[in-house]
Every structure is written in structure tokens, then in C-alpha cells.
Ligand binder design. Structure first.
Ligand code: MN3
Length: 207
């Protein structure tokens, strides 16, 4: 079955004023949709059509050379965005609690220190990409990837060991309409929409 664009789990305007409705409309309806459409095009008529998205981008080595690039970029784009939408929501933000809060304090010193290091990973990603919080051997780590590379592609591709539990898109298309070149302001605003209960559930499953 062809891969499909998942619906946004909330209205396009739900993350206002932190992420504006027009950005969400274009980001989900055009950018994410293009990744899905181009992934389907790349694998059309091949045995890869029957693989799940995770299985497909988790084993890029088995993808034929002539379509590996498109599958990496568009499959990664599809997975990364599907993940990103689910970890935000209206009326979210605040701070994590319980085991996740303890793990953040253990790994980074404090929640504020974590936020500063995560923002620095996003700001420091030259060009387009993502910043990630991953669980590696039970420990939390911050990482980043270029383009649409993803921790779920494995270490050989992404350079990252571990399972992602939070990610933020730092491509200009994620913030330019509202924040122009001020990626740092967008990253600060991102904390107002993070769904920490969703992140905590991923942490509990991954640790
Ligand atoms: Mn994007």
C-alpha cells in the first residue's frame, strides 16, 4: 500500500501564536505531502512498496543504488514530519515530570540546561536539518542531523545511536514566515508547544 500523508492531529492554527497557521498549512500540506508523494514515486513497482516506512528507512543499505537517495530524503522527510507533528499540541509546553524529568536532570544538569543545549544543537545545524533528543542505552543524548536524515536510519547513516523521543525541524520552511532568519527565536517558541506527556511515553518505551 502506498504511503499516506497522516492528518495533522490538531487544526493548522492550533499552535498559534508560537507556530503560525500558514506555516503549518504549507509545511504539512505541501512539504510533508511532497515527501510522501516522492517516496511513493521512488519505490513504485519495486518490492520495497510492501515494506513499512520504518523498515524501509531503517535498512537503506538494502535499497538499490539508483533510488537510495530519493528514499533516504523523502522517506526520512515522511518519518521525521510524522514524528514531529505528534510531539506538539495546543495548550502544551511547560516542563516534563517523573522519570523523564529525572533523566533530563541526570544527563544535562537541569531542564534549563537541557533546553539551552537542545537549542544550540538546532542553531548549530548549518543549513537544513533536525535537532534530536534520543535515548541511547538508557541515557538521554542530544544530536542533530542534516537534511532529512533521521536517527531511525541507524548509526551508519545518521551518526546517531539511540531512539528519538523528541525532534525539531530547523529547515527554514518550518519558521521563516513568522521568524524570518531568527531560528533561535523559533526554537525558544517551540518549548511552548512540546507535548511532554507524549515525549515521556516514548521515553518509557525506549529506555
Ligand atoms: Mn519540514
Amino acid at each position: 500500500m502506498a504511503h499516506e500523508l497522516p492528518p495533522l492531529p490538531y487544526p493548522q492554527a492550533a499552535l498559534e501564536p508560537h507556530i503560525d497557521a500558514l506555516t503549518m498549512e504549507i509545511h504539512h500540506g505541501r512539504h510533508h505531502k511532497a515527501y510522501v508523494d516522492n517516496l511513493n514515486k521512488a519505490i513504485a513497482g519495486t518490492p520495497l512498496e510492501s515494506k513499512s516506512l520504518e523498515a524501509l528507512i531503517g535498512d537503506l543499505a538494502s535499497v538499490p543504488d539508483n533510488i537510495r537517495g530519493p528514499v533516504r530524503n523523502n522517506g526520512g522527510g515522511h518519518w521525521n514530519h510524522s514524528f514531529f507533528w505528534k510531539l506538539m499540541g495546543p495548550g502544551k509546553g511547560g516542563a516534563p515530570s517523573g522519570d523523564l524529568a529525572a533523566a533530563i536532570n541526570a544527563a544535562f544538569g537541569s531542564f534549563d540546561d537541557f533546553k539551552a543545549k537542545f537549542e544550540a544543537a538546532g542553531i548549530g545545524r548549518f543549513g537544513s536539518g533536525w535537532a534530536w533528543l534520543v535515548v541511547n542505552g538508557g541515557k538521554l543524548e542530544i544530536a542533530s542531523t542534516p537534511n532529512q536524515d533521521s536517527p531511525v536510519m541507524g548509526k551508519a547513516i545518521s551518526g546517531i545511536d539511540g531512539k528519538p523521543i523528541l525532534g525539531v525541524d530547523v529547515w527554514e520552511h518550518a519558521y521563516y514566515l513568522k521568524y524570518q532568519n531568527k531560528r533561535a527565536d523559533y526554537l525558544k517558541a517551540f518549548w511552548n508547544v512540546v507535548d511532554w506527556s507524549a515525549v515521556a511515553a516514548l521515553y518509557a518505551a525506549a529506555k
